[in-house]
Design a binder for this molecule. Structure first.
Ligand code: SIN
Length: 283
């Protein structure tokens, strides 16, 4: 297995592996170590079928069903993210977020397979939230270190959600689920269970307010943090190719699907998994 960093901050391309074959214990260990180090791994030319993707997922954890965009039987864990060539609506994941951070037990990672990609555009940005913590000013660190943040779902998040007709995959996301409207408190700062690196756990799509503070008082602080956490220095921009597989650490990153490929179809297949629990990131 060969690992080539994408930037000095986050992401690596992995070659020399075949994820259609059974994954040996040695390869498992190498992949896990690479993910712990680079947080996002992009593995080209894999062309995985759904069952391969599920097997690969089980290397890292238990596949979970996305309650707001479940896949079809017999694999409800697999969400198809499709944007048709003539779709002018927003794109699924088209804002900085960490997947499903508003759940009681958010997934620790996700795996995305590129089934069809536009000839240009449709990249995904990833931001390293460990680097964001490292570069945070001391007063903000102090404010956040023992604090929780309230996350609220509703597909596409809280009250700033774009209207339904402007959202991509309108039919796939279930809206108005009261469970997604409940605030869920998660620590603002997580610690990776293996590397012990700290990361910021907040994102503009789902984070609503700081614990013990109103939304109004929280807003300027959150806005400053959102700007900080997505600085270009912490980011990589992933260019997809058909058949590429990407896996990321959801507790140490944010990501953003770029909506710049009108006129072309894009189809991805995603699964999220619960590997390390958020409690393991906090103990
Ligand atoms: C997502 O948010 O998981 C989708 C990312 C993408 O389609 O690039």
């Amino acid at each position: 297995m060969h690992v080539t960093p994408i930037t000095g901050s986050i992401g690596a391309h992995v070659t020399g592996v075949n994820l259609r074959e059974p994954i040996s214990p040695e390869l498992k260990a190498d992949l896990r170590a690479a993910l712990d180090q680079y947080l996002v791994l992009a593995i080209p030319d894999q062309h995985l079928e759904a069952h391969h993707q599920m097997d690969f997922c089980r290397v890292f954890g238990i596949p979970i069903v996305n309650p707001y965009a479940p896949g079809q039987d017999p694999q409800p864990e697999l969400t198809h993210i499709i944007k048709e060539a003539n779709d002018r609506a927003g794109v699924f994941g088209g804002g900085w977020h960490t997947d499903l951070s508003f759940l009681e037990t958010p997934p620790s990672g996700s795996i995305l397979c590129a089934l069809e990609v536009p000839p240009f555009g449709g990249d995904t940005l990833f931001s390293n939230q460990q680097a964001a913590w490292d570069a945070l000013s001391a007063p903000l660190r102090e404010l956040l270190i023992e604090r929780k943040i309230a996350h609220v779902g509703k597909p596409y998040g809280i009250k700033w959600a774009p209207p339904l007709e402007e959202q991509s995959m309108r039919g796939a996301s279930r809206r108005n689920d009261p469970d997604a409207d409940r605030e869920r408190l998660h620590p603002a700062v997580l610690t990776h269970p293996v590397t012990k690196r700290r990361s910021l756990y907040l994102n503009p799509t789902y984070a609503l307010r700081l614990e013990d503070m109103s939304e109004t008082d929280s807003r300027p602080i959150l806005d400053a943090l959102f700007q900080h956490t997505t600085l270009p220095e912490f980011c990589c921009r992933l260019r997809w190719s058909r058949g590429m597989v990407t896996i990321w650490d959801n507790f140490s990153t944010q990501h953003y699907a770029v909506n710049d490929y009108f006129g072309y179809r894009r189809e991805m297949r995603r699964v999220s998994f619960s590997g390390y629990s958020i409690q393991q990131y906090t103990s």
